[in-house]
Design a protein around this ligand. Structure first.
Ligand code: NAD
Length: 553
């Protein structure tokens, strides 16, 4: 039975043992599509997260997808072009059920303005990364990444501990909404600015944000008290980051860590310029896009200038993956890239071992299925400190949104071992329903994003998109259930290409084979990508785990 969804009553949370489709694989993908809308930011408009990241092109396309998933046989493959179903072809039972190509625009044309034109004509849509691929699980999807970044900074700068430290950030949207909880889990006092009161309210309601301050003075007082008492706390504040960051600089307050996760990548549908109400911005999105882009960029210049000022004053400042430095540099801030990107600064050694944001969703809707897998993680990886620490923290702190789900950063071999064991438990009935395994697109072999994921690669291969394309083709040959190639839309147009994958553990022998091939090959390619770029960690992984990398002779 689906569960009611108080926040979006028209989008119930799927679950229960009854199948509407002809098999669990098809039913799983249908439930995942329902789930991204149930936990999305603006499901009435099919928007899941990242400003304009959509689950389907439009409602007619959505209807077509739902009908196809409900009626298709196991030996068919549904073709989706930028959120619209365009064909249902006969393949075979070991082929993917769904393959997608979303928002891929030929190089010289891949610009934000051209994307918006195609979008207006209804020819394309931006699928975010996990929105269009039906893999989004709410703010939890990015939370361990954010937490691990904070902990790497703690190790680098603060003796391994963020108690008594002040983190300043902005953006309480679909992904940015993970920041207050990640900050609190890391032991810090974190202040999160968002211009939209509804976003702040939502994060508080779902348990990701402790309190909302009435003004900047009250917010800073709460933070000061928490840092003095070394108490973990998250405080939200409604306001424009481009006003508030410079004001905090002016007051001479120096946070320990500063970042930002507003939708700065999209100057039209994401970022809100200072001095403008949300109503004005919404109306300019329809008929004043040029004016809005200019105003957003001007505000981002002030916003990033304040981040640079904090850096000068001694804060640890980083770009959290939203192109804010790129936008600022285009607005004239020549040294915007003095701010490092989080991937290169903190997480690359993990990615080089293909350790990244793996995730699973309990299609039964039962939280006990996730609890069983939490136990399994600790049983299977008792010596993996990142995992054991994370599972204990996650189960105590992370409220579920939509289908119960968990994210955990696992690497080559580990993902396959976990998924195959879970498949056995599904078969034995110890886990009540099928489990879908997926990962973020921001994963070792899966993404080319030269200002985010692949910035300053050792061998200079930052902008080469062959890796995610190879990944997708390989996953189609490796029995994955859903495979997708996405490129950037809106402000990300021309900036990225990524590959997504989902595999369903339905307790069958075929699922075991699918999980084995797809998950093993996916992380193998991740290791190979970094080994080929010359990363020691990846070469070590090749040697230790017998990864089939062909070394240049
Ligand atoms: P979202 O569109 O759901 O939310 C963005 C939030 O920013 C909104 O709540 C909006 O009100 C707020 N905002 C916009 N302009 C503002 C301003 N000037 N001052 C204060 N608040 C402002 O987006 P999201 O899903 O939370 O993603 C945020 C950004 O992070 C995007 O650029 C996205 O692509 C990026 N992202 C990064 C990662 C990563 O791995 N680091 C992962 C996912 C998304």
């Amino acid at each position: 039975m689906p569960k009611p969804n108080p926040r979006h009553p028209n989008f119930p949370i799927p679950g229960g043992p009854e199948l509407r489709a002809k098999g669990w694989r098809q039913e799983a993908l249908l439930r995942l599509l329902e789930n991204v809308l149930a936990v999305g930011e603006d499901p009435d408009n099919l928007v899941v997260y990242a400003a304009l990241g959509k689950a389907a092109r439009n409602w007619a396309a959505h209807k077509g997808i739902v009908e196809a998933l409900a009626t298709m046989e196991e030996d068919q493959t549904l073709l989706i072009q930028s959120g619209k179903p365009v064909g249902l072809v006969r393949t075979h039972a070991k082929a993917p059920l769904v393959i997608m190509a979303n928002c891929n625009i030929v190089g010289q044309w891949a610009k934000a303005e051209y994307f918006y034109e195609l979008e207006r004509k209804g020819l394309i849509c931006w699928g975010g990364l996990t929105a269009g691929a039906w893999q989004y699980i709410g703010s939890q999807g990015v939370i361990q990444g954010t937490y691990e970044i904070f902990m790497r900074i703690a190790e680098k700068r603060f003796g391994g501990d963020l108690a008594g430290r002040f983190i300043l950030t902005a953006g309480l949207g679909g992904m940015g909404g993970a920041q207050p909880l990640a900050g609190r889990m890391a032991g810090a006092a974190i202040l999160c600015i968002d211009i939209d009161p509804e976003r702040a309210k939502k994060r508080k309601e779902i348990g990701y944000l402790d309190e909302i301050a009435s003004n900047l003075d009250a917010a800073l007082a709460a933070i000061a008290e928490a840092t003095k008492g070394k108490r973990a706390l998250s405080v939200g504040l409604v306001g424009n980051a481009a006003d508030i960051y410079p004001e905090i600089v002016r007051r001479g307050i120096v946070p320990d860590i500063v970042t930002d996760q507003t939708s700065a990548h999209d100057l039209v549908y994401g970022y809100v310029p200072k001095g403008m109400s949300l109503e004005t911005v919404r109306s300019l999105r329809k008929d004043g896009q040029g004016q809005l882009m200019a105003a957003s960029r001007a505000s981002i210049v002030d916003h990033v200038q304040a981040m640079l000022d904090f850096q000068q004053a001694g804060s640890e400042v980083f770009d959290n993956g939203n192109l804010i430095r790129t936008q600022a540099r285009q607005g004239g801030v020549e040294n915007a890239f003095d701010i490092p990107i989080f991937t290169e600064a903190y997480l690359r050694p993990l990615f080089a071992r293909a350790i990244g944001p793996f995730r699973w969703m309990a299609l039964s809707g039962e939280e006990s299925d996730i609890a069983r897998i939490d136990d399994l993680l600790i049983e299977m990886f008792p010596d993996n400190r990142i995992i054991t620490n994370w599972v204990r923290l996650a189960r105590d702190n992370i409220p579920f949104e939509g289908l119960p789900a968990r994210i955990a950063w696992l690497g080559h071999g580990e993902r396959t071992a976990l998924a195959r064991r879970v498949n056995e438990l599904v078969a034995s009935g110890e886990i009540k329903g099928s489990i879908a395994f997926s990962r973020d697109h921001l994963d070792a072999g899966a993404m080319a994003h030269p200002n985010i994921m692949t910035e300053r690669m050792k061998d200079g291969s930052d902008a080469i998109a062959d890796w995610p394309l190879l990944d997708a083709m390989m996953l189609c040959s490796s029995m994955a259930d859903l495979v997708v190639v996405h490129s950037g839309g809106g402000g990300y147009a021309g900036y990225m290409t990524s590959c997504g994958v989902t595999v369903v553990a339905d307790g069958t022998r075929q699922a075991d084979e699918r999980l084995d091939h797809a998950l093993t090959n996916d992380t193998a390619l991740g290791v190979i990508r970094y080994a080929d770029a010359g990363y020691e960690e990846a070469l070590d992984e090749v040697a230790k785990k017998d990864v089939p990398y062909i070394r240049p002779s």
